[in-house]
Write a protein of this length. Structure first.
Ligand code: FAD
Length: 381
């Protein structure tokens, strides 16, 4: 196991803090969050108090000034909460909706929206996907038109995580339809602004987070809510996607490893034909195959983290890891549900839940085919 980067005494202390939080405060409430269909908002405040929501961010805004190795430990341990929806809602806050604001936002905007998000006093969402444009990000139509000192926003976004919980959105909008890739802008949109509404969507998995369709009708926000430069939104969002995809890899591998462990425990106790299921050679082979794939997925993810910690571009590796981790988690969930037999098909079985939850990884944040399309381009095809 190549865990050198993640094994200093500082990492271990941090790992213990997160593990305790996940096991004692999240895991016992896993079913409750599913029934609520969202995370209890007070958990964000609790995580803010524990210093978990701005690990890589500047201390000036309440962050910890750490690197991706600590974000890795955070999501490896949050995997113990046994609720992929909850992990997803948290990762939207830490790694999907806030990186652009941290990197490109003005000090005023950071004081107003980033600092409270790091403190857990505000919840954020990332609003990119639209009913007619998901994989083809440049095909979005939500329009922001300048009117004096305001943007006037009209349009709709779909499949947005934290839709009902969010206090603000990192919105990608078209600001100049004739400017190609230079015609998009990222804008902070507070969800209490007149002209905003949402409808919740009914998902097959990830029940612990709320997902919805958002509507913007003549919604006004100050031009000062622009993140970075007007017209640079597409490029900024592509950078922000790198954090989104990397955190997806880390949480997916951690969740799958947890599922592997719990399924092993189950097979050690489940007696069939006079002996534990784990004593059958075919079962042992399955566990070894799964762990082999999981170890490869984890090492590929660690390679991405190492590059990020070294300040290097990891776009290619992250795209590959996203494909590999998604497929591995699907394979592991499929084997684990099978090993649980009929119980695996029950809603309260971890394997059954993982079976539907893991399916998202190969779709959300850029489908496998989108990753392959980028990789083919990067490789010169
Ligand atoms: C539970 C959930 C939560 C989500 N949370 C968010 C969120 O918080 N914010 C947000 O903005 N979005 C979110 N999404 C949206 C997600 O990122 C999109 O669903 C995803 O990017 C795919 O877009 P699409 O659904 O429009 O599929 P489409 O773009 O219609 O793609 C359909 C299929 O086409 C195939 N395909 C894609 N590209 C290519 C290609 N180049 N060549 C060949 N085939 C291809 C793939 O198989 C793909 O699955 C979420 C989605 C879900 C399900």
């Amino acid at each position: 196991m190549s865990s050198d980067l993640f094994n200093t005494s500082e990492h271990e202390v941090f790992r213990d803090t997160v593990r305790k939080f996940a096991e004692e405060e999240l895991a016992p409430r896993a079913r409750e969050f599913d029934e609520m269909g969202r995370i209890d908002k007070s958990l964000f405040k609790r995580m803010g108090d524990l210093g978990l929501l701005g690990l890589r961010y500047d201390p000036e805004w309440g962050g910890s000034g750490l690197d991706w190795s600590f974000s890795t430990v955070l999501f490896e341990e949050l995997g113990r909460c046994d609720n992929a929806g909850v992990t997803m809602g948290i990762s939207v806050q830490t790694d999907m909706a806030t990186p652009s604001l941290h990197q490109f936002g003005s000090d005023d905007l950071k004081a107003q929206y980033l600092a409270p998000a790091i403190a857990g006093e505000m919840v954020a969402a990332i609003a990119v996907t639209e009913p007619d444009a998901g994989s083809d990000v440049a095909g979005i139509k939500t329009r922001a038109v300048r009117d004096g000192d305001d943007w006037v926003i009209n349009g709709s976004k779909i499949y947005i995580t934290n839709a009902a919980t969010a206090d603000w959105l990192c919105l990608l909008a078209v600001t100049d339809p004739d400017a190609g890739y230079g015609g998009f802008t990222q804008i902070v949109v507070p969800t209490d602004a007149p002209g905003f509404r949402y409808d919740l969507l009914d998902k097959i998995g990830n029940w612990g987070s709320d997902t919805g369709q958002l509507f913007f009708e003549d919604l006004r926000v100050p031009i000062a809510n622009t993140i970075g430069d007007i017209g640079r939104g597409f490029q900024q969002q592509m950078m922000q996607f790198q954090d989104e995809r990397l955190v997806a890899c880390v949480s997916t591998v951690a969740g799958s490893k947890r599922l592997w462990e719990r399924t092993k425990e189950y097979c050690e106790q489940r007696v069939l034909f006079g002996k534990p299921l784990s004593k059958m050679q075919v079962t042992q082979f399955k566990f070894v195959e799964m762990l082999t794939q999981l170890t490869a997925a984890r090492e590929l993810t660690y390679a991405c983290v190492r590059k990020r910690v070294a300040g290097e571009d990891a776009t290619q590796e992250i795209s590959m890891a996203k494909i590999f981790c998604g497929r591995t988690s699907r394979m592991v969930a499929d084997e684990c549900i099978q090993l649980h037999g009929g119980y695996g098909y029950m809603k309260d079985c971890v394997a059954g839940r993982a079976f539907v939850d893991s399916r998202l990884v190969s779709i959300g944040g850029g489908a496998d085919e989108t990753m392959i399309h980028y990789l083919a381009k990067m490789l010169g095809f």
